[in-house]
Design a protein around this ligand. Structure first.
Ligand code: NAD
Length: 290
């Protein structure tokens, strides 16, 4: 499953819809992104998000803050963005410096601008099947499964990882009572026994544990669908950057057994950005009636 291609198709569609909004004199979607410090991976993620905004025709504001910013200063900045009518979506690139509470940051962003879908209100609404912002990575996975018409009804999905941003939400989303969903979902984590045997029973495996090339062929049933969420920088002296990006799946080993598999890079990563753009568009369109 080609995440680059599908992500481009989603962005092209959003571009057209944004052009229609502009021609109708409606508001242009505006994403405000906060980057704290200068973590290399965070720099890469945030610049792809800002670049996607400009490709689509969204407005974006990148706010760079020093690593030494206090928690209160950051929360005040978020309050300012919450009150700014022109800003539709707010994202704070994670991880945060240790002295800042991630939970406080997430809970300060208004649910109506929570385009990352991390606020407890957004998560609660998602669990209850109410309209909300889906967290970007799981939402991107759903868009990919939909694009390739992967059947999920009645299938056994094994999710490896139970984080609040990937494992837990995707497990809930794939068990909901509509496509892509209606799956029987097993959530595995670091305390799961007999993981190999459980994975062998899976029709669809979502690997989101952050351990490079963890999933091997002897854990995968013939014909399974494998979605690789992992992104880990592994030292690689052959690369100019000094590292290469590895997923949680040993692609070479596993791919022959799969009916569908996502590569890393070029799989779930670009879909996460496409999903974030969908959420930003939706946050803006929700203001049309105000
Ligand atoms: P996390 O560290 O918060 O959670 C990892 C989860 O994996 C935990 O629930 C843990 O219990 C489980 N786990 C760890 N070792 C395990 C093992 N041996 N067996 C079974 N379960 C195990 O990670 P996260 O934030 O969910 O991210 C997971 C990976 O996905 C990372 O590589 C991250 O960089 C990547 N990621 C990618 C995207 C994207 O856009 N593609 C987005 C978010 C995260």
């Amino acid at each position: 499953m080609d995440g680059k291609l599908v992500s481009q198709a989603v962005k092209d569609r959003l571009k057209q819809q944004t052009e229609v909004r502009i021609s109708e004199g409606k508001k242009i979607p505006h994403l405000a992104a906060i980057l704290i410090g200068n973590n290399g991976a965070s720099e890469t993620y945030i610049s792809s998000k800002v670049k996607s905004c400009s490709e689509i025709g969204f407005k974006s504001t990148l706010i760079r803050l020093s690593e030494s910013i206090s928690e209160l200063q950051l929360l005040n900045k978020l309050t300012e963005l919450n009150e700014d009518f022109d800003v539709d979506g707010i994202l704070v690139q994670l991880p945060l410096p240790k002295h800042i509470s991630e939970q406080k940051v997430i809970e300060t962003i208004y649910p109506s601008k929570d385009v990352d879908g991390f606020h407890p209100e957004s998560v609660g609404r998602m669990v209850q099947g109410l309209p909300t912002f889906y967290p970007a990575t799981p939402y991107g996975i759903l868009l990919l499964l939909e694009h390739y018409k992967v059947e999920t009804k009645g299938k056994h999905v094994v999710v490896i990882g139970r984080s609040n941003i990937v494992g837990r939400p995707i497990s809930i989303m794939l068990s909901k009572n509509e496509y892509p969903g209606n799956a029987t979902v097993t959530v595995c984590h670091s305390h799961t026994s007999h993981l190999n045997e459980i994975c062998l029973q899976a029709d669809i495996i979502i690997a989101a544990l952050g351990k490079p090339e963890f999933l091997k062929a002897d854990m995968v049933k013939q014909g399974a669908v494998v979605v690789d969420v992992g992104i880990t920088r592994v030292e690689d002296q052959r690369k100019k950057s000094g590292f290469s990006i590895k997923g949680d799946v040993d692609f070479q080993d596993v791919s022959d057994k799969c009916s569908f598999i996502t590569p890393v890079p070029g799989g779930v990563g670009p879909m996460t950005i496409a999903a974030l753009m969908m959420n930003t568009f939706k946050a803006c369109a929700a203001k049309d009636s105000i």
